[in-house]
Design a binder for this molecule. Sequence first.
Ligand code: BGC
Length: 540
Amino acid sequence: MPAGLVATADTSRVEAPMTFKAYLMCAFASFGGLFFGYDIGYINSVFGMPFFIHTFTGKPYPPATPEADFALSAPNTSLITSILSAGTFFGAIVAGDVADFIGRKYAILLGCALFIVGIILQTASTTVGLLSGGRFIAGLGVGFESAIVILYMSEIAPRKVRGALVAGYQFCITIGILLASCVDYATQNRLDSGSYRIPIGVQFLWALILGGGIASLPESPRYYVKRGRIEKAIKSLSSLRGQPNDSEYIQAELAEIVANHEYELQVIPQGSYFASWANCFKGSLWHQGSNLRRTILGTSLQMMQQWTGVNFIFYFGTRFFIQLGSIKNPFLISLITTLVNVCSTPISFWTIERFGRRPLLIYGALGMLSCQFIVAIIGTCVSTSNTSATAAMIAFICLSIFFFASTWGPAAWVVIGETFPLPIRSRGVGLSTASNWLWNCILAVISPYFVGEQYGNMGPKVFYVWGGLCTCACVYAYFLVPETKGLTLEQVDKMLEETMPRTSAKWRPTTTFAAEMGMTADGTLKESIVHDVERKGSVY
Ligand code: BGC
């Protein structure tokens, strides 16, 4: 057991200062977002590539096959698209368990390995079966990455820039979507297998960069505390903060993590594997600090993020713009929306720490719902063949993406990383991420029915639906999302116990877990607590 950890009741000293290198280390993990974005982006254009259609359907090129028939069948298109989401959904759920069992870092590496296997199968494929199998396995890897990278970053980042660093993950998602459009654009007209194999194969690079980089980073100290390995937690914290092992700051930060963990274990004791899953759903629905409420918060926040309708533009934008009729180059418009997404995200690096998570979510939803209702109203009142009306609609769609990219895009990921107490954190983040992918998939499947000419044929009126859902998101954020800015993950725990979402921004910590749980007269954490955490170190 390590020598007595220096405990403090001074709430400003519960985190060690950082070196620049330590900031860079924390920022690197955000690269995982690239997988996510690229996978969302690359498949749509592949479906339109002549060589791909010819190979996967066996149909001769037009004019031997009529243009209208020269496409993958609807069930196959749907299978190939949605099987990735199925993989990511299961990947994200299992990821929590794996991250608690082998650690956050190795779970990310395992995700990279799965992803590589998936890419090999997809690159080799010339049939729908193999391509779908490959996408399912790659999806498992993406599910791992999308859940654990958020978990890992939230656990290692210092509180003052945690929001900004996790927003960096969202920035990488947007870059991934943009890169996918560019690579697809470059290869789409090739009449050889490079047309689809290059966009798929390029992903090796992401897996190698993320895997190689993560392998050289330290494990999350909070994972070590959960497993009861306090010595290792000290080493990892000191390397993350760029401070010596025996620095008082390191000792104080660790004392707080250890005391908080012991407190959580006392409130909800760990049990068997199944009991520990059940812990995610324990407690009162009416108390915002209960595990149940936190699980509902994480999963519903990710659902709301999807409800904003942003992926309608990224998945179906091209087809929607073609439907608008008076658009000359729909692909260019799609590229512009993707660029707006990339360029607006960095604004959140500053705003998320300056104004906080709650204002971003509330005002972001307000901005989106206003733009979406305007698009719907223009589309209802003016003919779509009117070029100025179409230009105005596109401008407001871009403005809506601006609001998403600078608010809900990053903030939803930041908040889920901060919401859960350590004993259920990995599962909570996994469940929340799975909810993102589940809703991503549900909306991808039903959206074509809203706008398809033979179905709802709503045209621009579909924006009434997204505007209505954004209104729900705005009300939801106002009443249910707490402010977590500037707090350590342990202080977030305390804040959720003591306040309501609407008053949470004013909450300030007055004491520390170390002081409350067992600080001795000479200012160290009681050995019995450290010993308890070491003894109870849990794989669940
Ligand atoms: C969302 C994705 C979306 C992307 C757009 C992410 O935060 O979860 O569904 O495609 O942002 O940038």
